[in-house]
Every structure is written in C-alpha cells, then in structure tokens.
Ligand binder design. Structure first.
Ligand code: FE2
Ligand code: FE2
Length: 161
C-alpha cells in the first residue's frame, strides 16, 4: 500500500517525504509511458525516469541506507541487503536502456520490467523499511541537507550514453 508522507513524525517527515515524493514521481512516469504515443515521448519519459531513479538510488545508498544500518543493524540489516540487490538489478536495466533507442527490440520491455522491479522495491521500502523507521522513532533530520545536496548534484550531472 502506498504510504502517505503525512503519517511520518516531524523528525522524519523531511527525509521520508523526499523519498516518497520520488517514488510517486517514478510511478507516474511508468504509468505515463503506457499511454505514450510516439518514440519521442517514450524516449523523453525513459530519460527522465532513468535520471530520477539514478539520483534516488544514489541518495539512498550514500546517506539513508548506511545511516539506518549504523543506527540499528539488527533491525535494518537484511532489509537493506535486499534493497541493495534490488537497486543493482534496476541499475543494470537503466544502463541497458540508456544505450538503447525506442526503435530497438525490447526497448519497451526493458522499461516495463524496470517499472515492475521499481514498484516492487517501492512497496518493500514503504511497507517494511519506512514503517520500521517510524516504529523505531529514528531521527532523520541530520540527513536532510546532505541528501538534498547529493540529489542536486546527481540531477545536474550529465547522463551517460
Ligand atoms: Fe526509494
Ligand atoms: Fe531504494
């Protein structure tokens, strides 16, 4: 079930809200792709989604995940291990998509599968990981600024390929 960011307490709202907004944006792009009518708009959506997902996985891997692992390895360790494996699969599909053109065989299939992986991963994060963060009352405020900085840098970097 989709998590509503208004459920998070003040010490978590900034960080969880940022991640949840990213999740909703990605889900919207995967949905938009289904109704895209020409190669140009497909390519635009894919480019946007790949750069947004790359920035999102980066801020999670560089800040959010290590912070939780350190805060409570017992509670978060195995969930975070799974999350990293899921990110790795997504990154592989993103790299392949960035080297493809809409006319290529399996272009649509790659993006559709990336959407399925992403939706699965988002559900696990929001239903399990974020829920535990809220239950354990982990104060995330110190992550807000560094996460925003990393996101800005990642989004202004040129995509590869
Ligand atoms: Fe996420
Ligand atoms: Fe993630």
């Amino acid at each position: 079930m989709a998590m509503n960011k208004s459920h998070a307490p003040a010490s978590q709202k900034g960080v969880l809200g940022m991640l949840i907004d990213d999740h909703r944006e990605a889900q919207k792009l995967f949905k938009d792709f289904k109704s895209a009518e020409d190669d140009r708009s497909k390519e635009e959506i894919v480019r946007h989604a790949c750069s947004a997902l790359t920035a999102h996985t980066k801020i999670e891997e560089e800040h959010f995940y290590p912070f939780l692992r350190e805060a409570d390895p017992e509670t978060f360790g195995s969930l975070l291990d799974e999350a990293r494996v899921e990110h790795a699969s997504a990154k592989e599909l993103i790299a392949r998509l960035q080297a493809m053109k809409p006319a290529d065989d399996l272009y649509d299939a790659h993006f559709t599968v990336l959407g399925e992986y992403t939706n699965h991963h988002i559900t696990e994060e929001e239903d399990e990981l974020f829920k535990k963060v809220i239950d354990k009352d982990i104060d995330l405020r110190e992550l807000e600024e560094p996460m925003q900085d990393t996101r800005r840098q990642a989004l202004s970097a040129k995509p590869q390929g």
